[in-house]
Each structure stands twice: as structure tokens, then as C-alpha cells.
Design a protein around this ligand. Structure first.
Ligand SMILES: Nc1ncnc2c1ncn2[C@@H]1O[C@H](COP(=O)(O)OP(=O)(O)OP(=O)(O)O)[C@@H](O)[C@H]1O
Ligand SMILES: [Mg+2]
Length: 252
């Protein structure tokens, strides 16, 4: 099985308190891996270990090894000579629980991160913006309002913008931290459908609180409890329908 991530003995603590403790896991390259567990079980911390975001917080201490499949090779992302955190975060894009558009227009939200890439070319960047907005179904909704501030759009539209902003950077891996948690049912379902449509293009690792959503989107599930993995199970090993939901909720 091709892997997108190999994690060995990962521990993360903040101010001396363990958030993730001696975790080892292998995440498949294909499909969506879903992290599940109760509040405070370490899901977000685990996800942030995959793009080195934990180290931007005060009191961080980490150990262990994280290798990601990038450019066709397994790379040790914490090794200084492999790639910088900035390069890593372009290749490993992240979408957060609460939509976090920049306080500027739709266009600037997507163009600004692209402008920071060496060799920036405006017309290519405009093409990438259009493609990304089409991929998240926003283009028809915003094409005549590209210079309107992002905060005038609905929560669901803002979250699709955040996904488009990440996709415009052409990542290889997508990290999604409860991307529908702040949205209504209809907007959530729309995002879920776009994520399913992206499954074959990116390796994805997603945190979800919602078993129905996890089963709909995911093909591999990791259950965390108090910073440790209690079970990792692939969808193929689960029965169909309600029975799978019951097994999953018992594991939470
Ligand atoms: N930046 C931080 N500074 C200090 N402590 C943190 C930080 N991030 C996480 N923690 C702590 O690490 C533990 C795990 O938190 P984490 O956010 O990873 O859990 P979670 O499973 O994502 O929870 P939730 O479902 O509520 O989002 C918690 O005890 C939390 O308080
Ligand atoms: Mg979290």
C-alpha cells in the first residue's frame, strides 16, 4: 500500500503537558484518512504535526519522526536539510475549523499567498485562482465580485474560499481540521461533496467529530484517546451501514 505519511513515536507537549504521546501510524496515500476522538484527545495536534504548525505555539516541545510522501519521495519533514517549514506548508495545505479568510477581497485572498512564491507570474496566478475557485464551486458565485471583501460572503462560501486558497498553492497533501464544524447542514454537505471530488487528486487527512461524515468521506480511521492511538481501522474492515456507525461510536 502506498503511504502519504509514516509517523514514528510522535510526542508533542505544550508547557510540559502531553497532547500527543508516542504515536506511530501509517496513513495511506489514497483516499481520506480521518482522525476521530473526543475533545482534547489530540486530533488537531496530530494534524498540525504534519505541517509543523505545532512549533509556532508557545511552550511547544516535540519528538519522534514524521515522513511525508512529497514529490514522489518519503521526506523527513523535521530534518533541516529536507525542506523549510514554509515550503512544507505550501505542499501540505491546511483548512481550519473556522473559516479564516484574510480581511480583504476574494481576489487578494488567493493572490496574496501566490505572490509570496518565488517566480510569481500574475497571469499564471490568475489562472490558478480561477481553477481553484471552480474546483470549490465558487467561480460562478463570485466571478463578478472578485474585489468584494471575503467577509461579505456566507460562512460556507468563506470556507470554500479557504479551500480554494489552499488549492491554488497546488499542495500535494491536504489537512482538514473539522472543516464543516461551523457550517449549517447544507453548506457542510456541499463541502463534503467537493472533498469527495478531490479524493483522487490529493492525499487528505481530516479531523471529524461526526461519524456519519467520517464514514461518508473516509477510507481509513484513526481513533485517538488522551493523545494515544487506540485503534486504526480501514473502511474495508467495517461492515455496512448502521453496524459500522455503532462500532465507530463505541470506539470514541
Ligand atoms: N497551542 C496550544 N497550547 C497549549 N495547549 C494546547 C495547544 N494546542 C493543544 N493544546 C492541548 O493539547 C491537548 C490536545 O488538544 P487538541 O487541540 O489537539 O485536541 P482535539 O482532539 O483537537 O480537541 P477538539 O476536538 O476540542 O478540537 C489539549 O489538552 C489542549 O489543551
Ligand atoms: Mg481540534
Amino acid at each position: 500500500m502506498a503511504l502519504c505519511a509514516e509517523i514514528k513515536n510522535l510526542s508533542v507537549s505544550f508547557h510540559g503537558r502531553k497532547a500527543v504521546s508516542q504515536v506511530s501510524a501509517e496513513l495511506p496515500a489514497e483516499g481520506i484518512s480521518v482522525l476521530l476522538g473526543r475533545s482534547g484527545s489530540g486530533k488537531t495536534t496530530f494534524l498540525r504535526a504534519l505541517n509543523r504548525l505545532n512549533e509556532t505555539f508557545q511552550g511547544y516541545e516535540g519528538s519522534g519522526k514524521v515522513c511525508l510522501s512529497l514529490g514522489g519521495k518519503m521526506k523527513d519533514i523535521y530534518s533541516a536539510d529536507q525542506l523549510t517549514p514554509t515550503d512544507l506548508r505550501r505542499k501540505v495545505g491546511m483548512v481550519f475549523q473556522i473559516p479564516n479568510p484574510l480581511p480583504m477581497s476574494i481576489r487578494r485572498n488567493i493572490m496574496l499567498p501566490l505572490q509570496l512564491i518565488p517566480g510569481f507570474n500574475r497571469s499564471k496566478a490568475e489562472d490558478r485562482m480561477e481553477t481553484a475557485l471552480k474546483t470549490t464551486g465558487l467561480w460562478e458565485e463570485v466571478k463578478d465580485r472578485l474585489d468584494t471583501p471575503a467577509n461579505r460572503f456566507s460562512g460556507g462560501q468563506q470556507q470554500r474560499l479557504c479551500l480554494a486558497r489552499t488549492l491554488a498553492l497546488e499542495p500535494e497533501i491536504l489537512l482538514l481540521d473539522e472543516p464543516t464544524a461551523s457550517l449549517d447542514k447544507k453548506s457542510s454537505e456541499l463541502i463534503e461533496d467537493y472533498l469527495i471530488s478531490l479524493k483522487n487528486r490529493y492525499s487528505m487527512v481530516m479531523v471529524s467529530h461526526n461519524i456519519r461524515q467520517a464514514l461518508k468521506l473516509g477510507s481509513f480511521f484513526i481513533f485517538l484517546r488522551e493523545g494515544k492511538i487506540v485503534t486504526a481501522i480501514s473502511k474495508k474492515e467495517l461492515p455496512e451501514g448502521k453496524e459500522a456507525e455503532k462500532i465507530m461510536s463505541d470506539l470514541l
